[in-house]
Design a protein around this ligand. Structure first.
Ligand code: GAL
Ligand code: CA
Length: 346
């Protein structure tokens, strides 16, 4: 594992802190202030809203614990538009942010933001929406914090396989195959296609015979998923035995569709999500959602905050382990009704 270059010459704060340490002069009464700019793609996304709340908690906690440091986080919501986000990043830089945390609106289009930050030598920590490798190479002060989509898909497949193998009624028409549908996230998102592919392949690998009835895009969104699910139900009636959703909100949208149609419990399919949002965990407790995969927002927020503070102060970067010098991936965890309580307490 390599570590990053910890020197960011333009940040006066680092110099100030180092001076204090090296000449053991009295600690300043007033803390050094640093502003952190957080640009997110869409606050109407349930998981992102919770993740940015965790991030705010992290910066607040560090400010409370360290009287040398006062961190102010400024959050901007691009409402899905890269153009908005470019303008917001420019404003955040003009306002004097010493670090940017960016959840790209369009993960394939970070160039303008990278140029703006590089001109001012402000590092960027991208999160959750991973830029393509080529763009990450544009500058050595670009980082990424996220999670591995393959692992999420594999875990969802394992959870679904275990549930199917444990329940003789899962194959409701007893044809030896599980008829399934997929609700997929945004096209082009690193988590969408890969999660589906790994979930399906894992099921097959575990010896489950599958028959795909349909795959619909619902852009991570509960209402869209409900809509798509209503269409799929009207097309396939009670043939659907399994719903694999790329995230919890879409799994919940699918459940909403069945509720709206008043479908009796005995013909409900099994539902699986990913994220472990508050509403997702609640649905696991209520036994509506069979299981989910925890997308560790607390862990990701902590990693982003650690890295941000290290870059601001110029201290501690050597302790951070990166993949390929700039990537940090946090693990996912399986969540079933048996141990959902652990995740509620996070
Ligand atoms: C995924 C998450 C989705 C959605 C998406 C936004 O990791 O599972 O629910 O929030 O990120 O980029
Ligand atoms: Ca069947």
């Amino acid at each position: 594992m390599k570590t990053i270059n910890s020197k960011i010459p333009h940040i006066i704060l680092a110099a100030t802190l180092l001076t204090c340490v090296s000449c053991s002069s009295p600690q300043p009464d007033t803390p050094e202030k640093a502003r952190i700019g957080v640009a997110c793609y869409n606050q109407s996304d349930t998981y992102i809203r919770q993740l940015t709340n965790c991030l705010r908690d992290q910066f607040d906690q560090r400010t409370n614990e360290n009287d040398q440091l006062a961190l102010t986080m400024t959050l901007r919501d691009a409402a899905g538009s890269q153009r908005n986000q470019n303008d917001q990043v420019k404003e955040l830089l003009d306002a004097g942010c010493s670090i940017l945390c960016v959840n790209l609106a369009d993960r394939a289009d970070p160039s303008e933001i990278i140029d703006l930050a590089r001109e001012r030598e402000i590092p960027i920590i991208f999160f959750n929406r991973e830029p393509v490798a080529e763009d990450m190479m544009q500058w050595d002060q670009l980082y990424y914090v996220g999670a591995d989509a393959k692992q999420a898909g594999r875990m969802q497949g394992e959870l679904a396989a275990a549930a199917i193998l444990a329940d003789a009624q899962a194959d409701r028409n007893h044809d030896g195959k599980i008829q399934y549908v997929v609700l997929e996230g945004e096209p082009g998102h690193q988590d969408a296609i890969i999660r589906t592919e790994y979930a399906v392949n894992t099921l097959i690998h575990q010896g489950i015979q599958l028959e795909k009835l349909s795959c619909q895009i619902a852009n991570w969104n509960r209402a869209q998923a409900q809509n798509r699910m209503m269409q799929m139900i009207s097309q396939h009636q009670n043939q659907i035995e399994l719903v694999l959703a790329n995230n919890d909100d879409m799994a919940l949208g699918a459940i909403d569709a069945y509720k709206k149609l008043n479908v009796t419990e005995s013909v409900l399919p099994l539902f699986f999500g990913i994220d472990g949002t508050d509403v997702g965990l609640k649905a696991v407790i209520d036994k509506e959602l069979n299981a989910t995969v925890y997308n560790d927002k607390e862990g990701q927020a902590e990693s982003i905050a650690n890295l941000a503070v290290s870059l601001i102060t110029g201290q501690g970067t050597d302790d951070i382990s990166f993949m390929n010098e700039k990537y940090i991936y946090l693990p996912y965890f399986k969540v079933t009704a048996d141990h959902v309580g652990e995740f509620l307490e996070r």
